[in-house]
Each structure stands twice: as structure tokens, then as C-alpha cells.
Write a protein that binds this ligand. Structure first.
Ligand code: ATP
Length: 132
């Protein structure tokens, strides 16, 4: 297919390559949509959802921030963690959310770390529970 390009997702635990017609990412300065032939770029990713679409099959991922590289070969997402919707353990994300929320109420806790953990947990819950 002419519109198809390669998306590689690299984390410390996996390195997967898939074909997609479309990529939507949460960049640090807003949503970023990528189609084949997009101008080359490197962008910072926020913690958030990532969408792909192959023909009419849409897939959602939870991405824990990182970087995206777009070049003529396709796109590479480099992140500390990225889970496809069906890989997300909802109960684990609920526990992580509760832990992060309780840390946010402790004066001596690292609040930036807790806020990031909360964002990861909320993203996993949104992606894992969603039906999009
Ligand atoms: P936790 O406190 O539950 O470990 P975390 O946000 O600290 O959550 P990360 O450091 O972002 O976890 O990720 C560590 C590894 O665990 C990664 O491989 C990530 O994909 C995986 N992971 C974390 N939470 C979940 C989850 N709810 N479902 C599936 N995989 C998860």
C-alpha cells in the first residue's frame, strides 16, 4: 500500500516494528499526526496516548513520554515504556494511581516523580479501559 510506513517502538524491554497508515502522538507541545512522507523531525513526547491505523484497524497505545524520530524510512518511538491497549494490566494501573495520589499528599515526597507516575497510570487506565 502506498500510504503505509514503518513504525518502530523501542523500549528497554522490547523492539517491535509494525506497518501503519497513520500515527498520532502526544508531543510535548500538542498532538502530532504523521502520514507517510511527513517531513523529517525529532520531537519530545509527553506521557499520553498513541494511535495507529492500518486500513480500518485502529490500535491504541499508552506511551510514557520519550522521543519520536520521523525520517524517510518511517517513524521510531523511543520510550521508557509503551503498552498496546490489550497489554495493559488495569489493576496494576489502579494501584499505581493510588500510590501516586497518596505520595502527592505527603509533604516530603518527590512531587514531580509522583505527578509523572500519576500521568502514566491515568494514561494506562484511559487507554486500557477505552473502546476506541
Ligand atoms: P508500576 O508502579 O506499576 O511499575 P510505573 O509507571 O512505575 O508503574 P513504568 O516504569 O512506566 O511503570 O514501566 C515499567 C514496566 O512495566 C514497563 O515495561 C511497562 O510497560 C510496564 N508496565 C507498567 N505498568 C503497567 C500496566 N499497568 N500494565 C502493563 N504493563 C505495565
Amino acid at each position: 500500500m502506498k500510504s503505509r510506513f514503518t513504525l518502530r517502538i523501542i523500549t528497554p524491554e522490547k523492539d517491535v516494528t509494525e506497518e501503519t497508515d497513520f500515527l498520532k502522538l502526544r508531543a510535548s507541545d500538542g498532538d502530532l499526526g504523521i502520514l507517510k512522507g511527513h517531513a523529517p523531525l525529532i520531537g519530545a513526547l509527553a506521557v499520553g496516548e498513541m494511535d495507529t491505523a492500518l486500513a480500518d484497524r485502529r490500535t491504541k497505545f499508552a506511551v510514557a513520554g520519550g522521543l519520536v524520530l520521523v525520517n524517510p524510512e518511517g517513524a521510531i518511538v523511543l520510550s521508557t515504556a509503551a503498552e498496546r491497549r490489550d497489554e495493559i494490566d488495569i489493576e496494576r494501573a489502579v494501584r499505581a494511581k493510588e500510590r501516586a495520589e497518596s505520595r502527592l499528599h505527603q509533604d516530603d515526597a518527590d512531587h514531580i516523580r509522583a505527578e509523572n507516575a500519576l500521568k502514566r497510570a491515568l494514561t494506562r487506565l484511559e487507554v486500557g479501559r477505552g473502546d476506541g
